[in-house]
Design a protein around this ligand. Structure first.
Ligand code: 13P
Ligand code: SF4
Length: 341
């Protein structure tokens, strides 16, 4: 890997300048509705440096919909839900992938691109779902339910993916479960996504007791209260929420499906029952929609910052590595999902 020609000292605070202001003005246009000018002057030098270094390194930044606006709109080359990011990782011609997201997403990219360098700007960016289950737990489940196929949400470690039959995301979970053509499946680790899938299929679902620490905090009561307080409010929820919360929503889908709902229908007022940063990202692009925003944010997603991304690209850290033998089995589970038409 060639040395970068663009170097700053590690930890150095980059400073705003009128030149940076001019060269990034078109980027600020994309997020000016949600990022105040004073904040922009802090972010712009990093955005300027990251975009330049990306070109120099032939790197691509895959940013999840929950990344903060300065990453999502400022440096993300590909933005989307977990399924879209995985598919785009598999297609990229870049030499380096920087994951704007949490660790399991970076692992998924590495599984799909074993020959590329995959960087996670902060490897502490975990996920309560991924941490709720291990490969050994899956082996124990198989012993308890012999012959029952196992579907794993992509929010799992490579260790877990290596033990299952197929992966899914929130956008294809029902399709994946039904694709197996069996009357019963084990679906892990999200108990709420499992219950929401079970409500849409005749396949019997055996679930695991994992939960997303962000989505499990929503309650049906607070949804009623928002409805009562805002007549005409459209409410859309992510299926990691408890089923009684989803039952109160007008629509439920993956983060990408929720964004599409808002962009297509342009509701006068909307509540996105999910990680709250996403509302900022969509609000930046939909000036006519009023967002009600209870702020449940994901602390793991917030570990990814512009300085962390810059540091990651400069020093090529932290590189995601997966044991090659385990990776072959884990990749097969992700690939089976991607190959589903
Ligand atoms: P999707 O973007 O696939 O809907 O996933 C949501 C999520 O919680 C990712 O951490
Ligand atoms: Fe995990 Fe929930 Fe954060 Fe998504 S929002 S990364 S599921 S903890």
């Amino acid at each position: 890997m060639p040395e970068s020609h663009f170097q700053t000292k590690v930890g150095e605070t980059l400073k705003w300048s009128p030149v940076i202001g001019r060269e990034t003005a078109h980027i600020y246009e994309r997020m000016k509705r949600v990022v105040p000018e004073a904040e922009w002057m802090v972010h712009a030098p990093y955005i300027h440096a990251i975009n330049r270094l990306k070109r120099e390194r032939n790197a691509v930044i895959l940013a999840h919909n929950y990344q903060v606006p300065e990453i999502y709109h400022g440096v993300g080359d590909v933005v989307g839900d977990s399924l879209y990011l995985a598919k785009q990782a598999a297609l990229t011609t870049a030499d380096i992938i920087v994951q704007g997201g949490v660790h399991f997403m970076a692992e998924t990219s590495k599984l799909l691109c074993p020959d590329k360098m995959v960087l996670i700007p902060d490897s502490r960016a975990g996920c309560s779902l991924a941490e709720s289950i291990t490969g050994a737990d899956v082996r124990a489940l198989r012993l308890k339910h012999p012959g029952v196929p196992v579907v794993a949400y992509v929010n799992t470690s490579a260790d877990v993916k290596a033990e299952v039959d197929i992966c899914c995301t929130s956008s294809n979970a029902v399709q994946v479960v039904e694709s197996l053509g069996v009357p019963v499946v084990i679906f892990l680790p999200d108990q709420y996504l499992a219950a929401n899938v079970a409500a849409q299929t005749n396949v019997k679902i055996i679930s695991w007791a994992g939960a997303c620490e962000v989505h499990e905090r929503f309650t049906a009561q607070e949804i009623w209260e928002y409805r009562a307080a805002h007549p005409g409010l459209e409410i859309i929820g992510h299926p990691e929420c408890p089923p009684e919360v989803i039952a109160e929503c007008d629509f439920s889908g993956s983060t990408a499906a929720m964004i599409k709902y808002v962009k297509d229908r342009k509701p006068k007022q909307v509540l996105m029952v999910t990680e709250c940063t996403m509302s900022d990202n969509v609000a930046a692009e939909t000036p006519d929609v009023d967002f009600i925003r209870p702020c449940n944010f994901c602390p793991h997603m917030r570990r990814i910052t512009l300085p962390a991304i810059l540091n990651s690209l400069q020093n090529l850290t932290e590189e995601v590595k997966i044991d090659p033998v385990l990776a072959v089995r884990a990749r097969a589970s992700v690939q089976r999902m991607i190959d589903l038409k």
